[in-house]
Ligand binder design. Structure first.
Ligand SMILES: NC(=O)c1ccc[n+]([C@@H]2O[C@H](COP(=O)([O-])OP(=O)(O)OC[C@H]3O[C@@H](n4cnc5c(N)ncnc54)[C@H](OP(=O)(O)O)[C@@H]3O)[C@@H](O)[C@H]2O)c1
Length: 269
């Protein structure tokens, strides 16, 4: 018998995950969203529109929460009567703990339904997400843990983490696309300064980044060695590296990520 996955909240992330899972054998997809057009737009991915969250939860084995964090308790209370101990709730909401989600289900008289917390990042929208998964809910059994892990492994890179590590993961990987785009923008601006058209500069920089990532992934060579390979003695690249070191750019990047981490800790209080 197949698995039914239903997503409540089919916005950027929810829709991206549904699209990524589309066509997987033995998996049926359901969606609910207050703006029905968002689910109807997923019909070509095989997503069946549900009239409300509770109906979706009654029919799904895996209930994925794709709503904004502040809505998670309300949605859980609304679907609590439809949950059973045989289902699993999977939340991608930032900063909403497993304990808080289980409390919302219990408050509404719901059963002991296992909850998995997942932290994605925005490249999920193109099937290249990096996902942290937390399997610390004692109510979660091995078959459902493996089911959820397999689903996310099929649409990106997965790391299993204790919930206490989610803030660190978020500072590095959840916020990470912003750091990468910031650096890409800076290189684009300097390319324009050096006379490239903005369109050419943007395309060159995208190729630069995707090519460098492919090299890092496929060569198996350490990042430091890959960088040294570009730095010929007395050449122009080493001159740029020296300038970055004089300006302590590496330390500034570390400080920025640590600021995101500290802010994440504050937001959890
Ligand atoms: N974007 C990121 O970088 C990122 C990274 C990590 C985690 N996340 C998490 O992913 C979740 C979704 O983020 P997103 O960027 O995809 O947001 P989004 O595009 O705003 O999607 C949220 C969706 O929830 C729907 N919704 C609102 N109220 C609802 C309700 N009562 N029941 C069901 N659906 C409802 C909204 O529909 P309407 O438009 O009709 O209101 C919208 O389509 C958030 O919890 C966020 O913390 C996002």
């Amino acid at each position: 018998m197949g698995t039914v996955l239903g997503c409540i909240g089919c916005g950027n992330m929810g829709a991206a995950i549904l699209r990524g899972l589309s066509g997987r054998q033995g998996l049926s997809l359901l969606g609910y969203n207050p703006t029905p057009a968002k689910v109807l737009a997923l019909a070509d991915a095989g997503v069946r529109a549900m009239p409300d969250a509770a109906t979706l939860a009654a029919q799904a084995d895996v209930v994925l929460l794709g709503v904004k964090p502040y809505l998670v308790p309300d949605v859980l209370r609304a679907i609590a009567p439809s949950l059973t101990p045989g289902k699993v709730v999977v939340s991608i909401a930032s900063g909403v703990s497993i304990a808080a989600m289980k409390a919302a289900i219990a408050e509404a008289g719901g059963p002991e339904c296992p909850v998995v917390r997942v932290m994605p990042n925005t490249p999920a929208m193109v099937g290249k997400g990096v996902y942290a998964l937390c399997f610390e809910d004692p109510a979660l059994d091995v078959p459902r843990r493996d089911l959820v892990r397999g689903l996310f492994e099929s649409i990106g890179t997965v790391i299993v983490l204790p919930e206490a590590r989610f803030t660190a993961f978020t500072a590095v990987v959840g916020c990470g696309p912003a750091y990468v785009f910031y650096f890409m923008e800076a290189v684009t601006e300097v390319a324009v300064t050096l006379g490239f058209t903005r369109q050419d500069a943007t395309e060159l920089v995208k190729g630069l980044f995707s090519g460098s990532v492919a090299l890092a992934e496929q060569s198996g060579t350490h990042l430091s060695v890959l960088r040294e390979q570009v730095c010929s003695p007395a050449g122009n690249t080493i001159a740029a590296m020296n300038q970055l070191d004089r300006e302590a750019v590496r330390g500034r990047i570390m400080d920025a990520v640590l600021a995101a981490y500290r802010r994440g800790l504050e937001m959890e209080k």
